[in-house]
Structures are given as structure tokens and as C-alpha cells.
Design a protein around this ligand. Structure first.
Ligand SMILES: Cc1cc2nc3c(=O)[nH]c(=O)nc-3n(C[C@H](O)[C@H](O)[C@H](O)COP(=O)(O)OP(=O)(O)OC[C@H]3O[C@@H](n4cnc5c(N)ncnc54)[C@H](O)[C@@H]3O)c2cc1C
Ligand SMILES: NC(=O)c1ccc[n+]([C@@H]2O[C@H](COP(=O)([O-])OP(=O)(O)OC[C@H]3O[C@@H](n4cnc5c(N)ncnc54)[C@H](O)[C@@H]3O)[C@@H](O)[C@H]2O)c1
Length: 478
């Protein structure tokens, strides 16, 4: 039996992060990954990287078509074969630094094979047994599959297959699910030329965002020709059609030659013999994880998508930091909180959020003031045609106006993900909002909307006596 300080199972965002930290600390580390061709896990191979590359290409198509109103002529169809080859090339650049050979070079022991628990602290892989002081379960998640009548009559894709098998642009693509995957990929395929219908069981797209954001996104999508069926599910596929059942209407049949299933995720738990390790699951089939990321077996920690909460690459990164902070300073352990989490959905317009959502602030009894800012009179938004943009900030309710701190923020606008970064820094560093007001922003950077929002907040509460005093001072000296 081989003995290690740390065994990491899974070489996705969480596993690569954990094995990297353990290795830098000089700990004897084993990384086990079952898929030798796809180090980097979902993010590099089936998620963030290929989706963002596809979105980048689709946006170029959209921009070119938008310029037709100024005389440009475009023709031709998206060549999915060439698009996918290009995406794979981008992935290869990224994968070069994170494959088994590169990791072994850094001093990490890497085994390609499926890890199965043998006891509370031993694992078997390829017939060999390994043990460690701690085991880090970084085994990720998979698309939640649906079983719909007649599904074998259409091309069925998930995020695990669409970037490889979809070498011909679907004419009529049905996207099941109105979450981040459905919205990002649905819009990308629509911009490439597919007729896209998003069928969403929920009442609105991106239901974790404020309602106004979903409303703006839906309007933009519809303007681009994307159909949206809310409160709806696909009941069957038959004769090149999808039958959609919704609350409002009888079964609606629409043309469909391909379907993308993006209806949520399932935590990977199968085939690992958790019983042998004493790792318990919840009723919903997730791994039981406490606020210190420990499973019911105290030697086994769960990081990344496998922990079953927010599923983001940077969410995994955040958990890695918290885990190692607690492992190295075990007397004052920190609980896993999501106060600092942010996310961006890379639709056009982008949807960005940072800090706790309004619901969560309320649940925790945090008193706040909310400020909404429209982009209607923002010069940059006017010239670049995104006056539909919207920003909301949640501020603490205790400090006086200029000293208020940002608790959370939400924005929908092109590049919203980049624009909110300075606000997020202000939140993170506890910087009072007056500091943002004091800055001089080059005209007309898009980030001036941040200052405009802060200025609006300050102006709302400007005291009349201060203006009166200023007037008196002016008249006294001049
Ligand atoms: C289409 C799509 C787009 C996304 N876009 C973004 C984005 O823009 N930004 C963002 O932050 N997040 C995005 N995400 C989410 C992000 O990809 C995931 O949150 C992240 O990849 C999770 O990393 P992980 O390490 O927890 O799991 P994974 O990346 O799934 O890694 C788990 C690894 O464990 C291995 N494994 C599983 N079981 C075993 C076993 N028994 N033995 C050995 N190995 C095993 C798997 O083969 C896999 O390599 C996206 C996801 C999808 C699907
Ligand atoms: N930019 C990003 O950061 C990014 C991008 C893509 C994915 N992700 C991550 O991946 C996770 C998974 O994304 P997702 O979009 O698959 O899941 P999701 O859980 O966020 O959304 C699933 C959607 O599918 C709908 N749905 C469920 N079952 C359905 C059914 N039978 N018929 C019709 N609709 C149904 C739900 O109402 C929901 O709107 C996200 O939560 C996110 O954490 C992040």
C-alpha cells in the first residue's frame, strides 16, 4: 500500500487547485483522474472554455450581421466543423499546462484510473491500494439527463457532447433549461444561424438573478429571434417536431432536429463505494458536506461541484482556499460562506452578480438599501446602443451616506462582468462609496456608470443645509 499526505480524486478545477497547493507545500500528493484525455475536467473540456470560445465566435457572426444596416453584405453559413476545430485548438493551448505529464514534472504523483473507496481511509485504483492523511473528493458533476418519448429521433446533445459531435449546424435547436448553460449556448447557436427555442420549466430565464434582469434578457433574446417557452416542458419528439406542454397553452408542436439538454446538474457519486468509506448522501443524492467542507467521514473533504452548492470554476477556487486555510490554521476554522461569491453569465448582454442575493440578505436579517440605476442617460450606453442596461446596488443601512459600504451588486449590460469588478473590489476592501465618487473616470469609459450610480445615491440624500452653507461660503469670498 502506498502512503501519501494527500490524495486528490479528480483533475478538474478543484482537483488541480488542491493538488497544486499540496505540492507547493511539499506534501506527498497523489492525484487520481479517470479520464486521461481530459485533465482540467468540465471547465477546460466541456464547460467554460469551449462555451466561451463558441460565444466569442457567435458574437462575431452577430456583429457582422448587425453591420448590414450600414451597407455591409454578409453571406454564407456557419461551418460547425471549422468552428469546433478552432475551439479544440484553443483548448489544446490551455490543456498543455495541466495534463498528467506537466503535473508529474512538478512532482505530483498522477494515476489515470477510477478511484473506488476500499475503507474509510484507503482507495483502490487500477488494482493498487493507496492511503493518505486526508482525501479530497473533487469528482465534479454531470448533466442531469432527461428521458423524453421519441428522443432517439433527434440529435441529443449535452455540454459533454455538443462541442465534439455537433459538426453540422442544427436548423431547429430546442434547448431544454433556461439556466446559464441554456442561455449562453442557446444564444450562441441562434447567432450562428439555428432557429432556437428555449423550453424552460421555470417562470423566467436565469431565475437566480433579480426579476428585472431576467425580463431585460428575455426581451433581448426575443428581439434576436430566440423563442422562449416558460413554465414549459418537452413532452415528446416525433416526425421532426418537439411537443411542448406549457401551463398557458395546449401542446405546441415546433420543428426540431436537435436538442440540447441543460436542465441542471447531478453530483458525481456513482461507483465509488461511499458505504465502504462512511460517506453519507442526502435524500436528494448529494454528498453530505458541512460548512468546513467535510463529509461524514472526517478524513474526506469535498471540493468543487461535488460539494453540490454553487457550481463555478471560481467557486471551486474559493473552496480550495478555504480548505487549505483551515487545514493549516485548524484552531480558528472559517466556515464556508458565499458572501464573497460572484458570477457572470456570458450572454450578450452579460449578466453579473456579486455578494449575497437580495433573498439571502433578507434571510440573514441584513438591513440594506437598494438602489437601481438605468443606463438610459449614459453617453456610452447611448452611442453603443445598450440603454436597456440596468444596475442594482445593495448598500449597508447603518453608515451615513458617503461612508456606506457595498454589500452586493447586479448588472446587465455588455461586458457587465468586467464593469462590476471595481465595485466588487470596493465591497471586498470595505471601501466607502464616496471613494468611487471622488475618482475621475476617463470620458466615456463604460465604468462611468458605476460612478453615476454612486453619485445618484449621494445626491438623493444631499442635505439642503450643506448647499446653503456652500452658497454662503461662495458669496463670502467672491
Ligand atoms: C457549459 C458549461 C459552461 C460553464 N461555464 C462556466 C463559466 O463560464 N465560469 C465558471 O466559473 N464556471 C462555469 N461552468 C461550471 C464549471 O465548469 C464547473 O463548476 C467546474 O468545472 C467544476 O470543477 P470541479 O473540479 O468541481 O469538477 P469537474 O471539472 O467536473 O472535475 C471532476 C473530475 O473528476 C473526475 N472523476 C470523477 N469521478 C472520478 C473517480 N471516481 N476517479 C477518478 N476521477 C474521477 C472527472 O473525470 C473529472 O475530470 C460551466 C459549466 C458548464 C457545463
Ligand atoms: N457563466 C457561468 O458561470 C456558467 C455558465 C454555464 C454553467 N454554469 C454553471 O453550471 C450550472 C448548471 O447550469 P444549468 O444551466 O444546466 O443548470 P441550472 O440548474 O442553473 O438551470 C437549469 C434550468 O433548467 C430548467 N429545467 C429543469 N428541468 C427542466 C425540464 N425538464 N424542462 C424544462 N426546463 C427544465 C430549470 O427551471 C432551470 O431554469 C449553473 O448553475 C452554473 O453554476 C456557469
Amino acid at each position: 500500500m502506498k502512503k501519501y499526505d494527500v490524495i486528490v480524486i479528480g483533475a478538474g478545477s478543484a482537483g488541480l487547485g488542491n493538488s497544486g497547493v499540496a505540492n507547493v507545500l511539499g506534501l506527498k500528493t497523489l492525484l487520481i483522474e479517470k479520464d486521461g484525455d481530459n485533465f482540467g475536467g468540465d471547465c477546460t473540456n466541456f464547460g467554460c472554455v469551449p462555451s466561451k470560445a463558441l460565444i466569442h465566435i457567435a458574437n462575431q457572426f452577430h456583429q457582422a450581421k448587425s453591420a448590414e444596416r450600414f451597407g455591409l453584405k454578409t453571406s454564407g453559413k456557419a461551418d460547425m466543423g471549422r468552428i469546433l476545430d478552432h475551439i479544440h485548438q484553443m483548448q489544446t493551448f490551455i490543456k498543455d499546462t495541466e495534463d498528467a505529464a506537466a503535473l508529474r514534472k512538478k512532482g505530483i504523483d498522477v494515476v489515470i484510473g477510477e478511484a473506488v473507496f476500499d475503507s474509510r481511509d484507503t482507495l483502490k485504483v487500477n488494482g493498487e491500494t493507496h492511503t493518505a492523511r486526508i482525501i479530497l473528493l473533487c469528482t465534479g458533476s454531470s448533466p442531469r439527463m432527461l428521458d423524453i418519448e421519441g428522443m432517439d429521433s433527434v440529435d441529443v446533445y449535452t455540454n459533454e457532447t455538443i462541442f465534439f459531435d455537433c459538426r453540422k449546424l442544427p436548423e431547429n435547436l430546442v434547448v431544454i433549461g433556461g439556466g446559464p448553460i441554456g442561455c449562453e449556448l442557446g444564444q450562441a447557436f441562434s447567432r450562428l444561424g439555428s432557429k432556437v427555442t428555449i423550453v424552460n420549466r421555470g417562470d423566467r430565464l436565469l431565475n437566480k438573478e433579480p426579476e428585472k434582469v431576467s425580463e431585460i434578457l428575455e426581451t433581448r433574446f426575443k428581439e434576436e429571434g430566440i423563442q422562449i417557452s416558460s413554465h414549459a416542458e418537452v413532452q415528446f419528439f416525433k416526425d421532426g417536431k418537439a411537443g411542448i406542454a406549457s401551463k398557458e397553452k395546449d401542446i405546441l408542436e415546433i420543428p426540431c432536429d436537435a436538442v440540447l439538454i441543460s436542465a441542471g446538474r447531478t453530483v458525481n457519486t456513482k461507483g465509488m463505494d461511499f458505504d465502504a468509506a462512511g460517506i453519507e448522501l442526502t435524500e436528494k443524492g448529494k454528498i453530505k458536506v458541512d460548512e468546513y467542507l467535510q463529509s461524514t467521514n472526517k478524513k474526506v473533504y469535498v471540493i468543487g461541484d461535488a460539494a453540490g452548492s454553487y457550481m463555478f470554476s471560481h467557486g471551486a477556487e474559493k473552496m480550495v482556499r478555504q480548505l487549505w486555510r483551515n487545514l493549516l490554521v485548524p484552531i480558528f476554522k472559517k466556515k464556508n460562506t458565499w458572501n464573497d461569491l460572484s458570477w457572470v453569465t456570458f450572454t450578450d448582454p452579460q449578466v453579473a452578480h456579486f455578494g449575497l442575493t437580495e433573498d439571502r440578505l433578507q434571510e440573514r436579517g441584513v438591513e440594506f438599501q437598494r438602489h437601481d440605476q438605468s443606463f438610459l442617460h449614459d453617453d456610452r450606453a447611448i452611442v453603443e446602443e445598450y440603454t436597456y442596461g440596468q444596475m442594482s446596488l445593495w448598500l449597508d443601512n447603518s453608515n451615513s451616506t458617503g461612508s456606506k459600504k457595498i454589500l452586493s451588486g447586479s448588472m446587465i449590460a455588455p461586458h457587465a462582468g468586467e464593469l462590476v469588478q471595481e465595485l466588487e473590489l470596493a465591497k471586498h476592501a470595505n471601501i466607502p462609496i464616496s471613494e468611487l465618487n471622488d475618482r475621475v473616470y476617463p470620458y466615456p469609459v463604460a465604468a462611468r456608470i458605476n460612478q453615476k450610480t454612486i453619485r445618484g445615491i449621494l445626491e438623493k440624500t444631499r442635505k439642503l443645509w450643506k448647499l446653503k452653507l456652500a452658497r454662503m461660503v461662495f458669496r463670502w469670498f467672491h
